[in-house]
Design a protein around this ligand. Structure first.
Ligand code: CA
Length: 109
């Protein structure tokens, strides 16, 4: 990875790389993640931010929700929906924490 990348650019590369890490290489369907690989990704990569990642039923429900075209595989766009779904509540949490810090008397910023 190029050293000149900003933190945001590095984060984007990590997100894209993570998708291709789980793309089924030997499948005839190119550039999509199979259900079993997606379950693996949830368990290995998102077990702190998502609960129930080891629960097969919960993982399958999430796959079903993300699989917009119902082909049983997760495309990059569908994966990106998951990333958006995780980051949106995080942004709200950070905003709440900032508001609480501003409301605390004696805080200087
Ligand atoms: Ca799909």
């Amino acid at each position: 990875m190029a050293d000149c990348y900003t933190e945001l650019e590095k984060a984007v590369v990590v997100l894209v790389d993570n998708f291709y890490k789980y793309v089924s290489r030997h499948s005839l369907v190119k550039n999509k993640i199979s259900k079993s690989s997606f379950r693996k990704m949830l368990q290995r990569e998102l077990n702190h931010m998502l609960t129930d990642t080891a629960n097969r039923k919960a993982a399958d429900k999430l796959i079903q929700d993300l699989d917009a075209n119902h082909d049983g595989r997760i495309s990059f766009d569908e994966y990106w929906t998951l990333i958006g779904g995780i980051t949106s509540p995080m942004a709200n949490l950070i905003r709440q924490q900032e508001c609480q810090q501003e409301q605390q008397p004696g805080s200087s910023s």
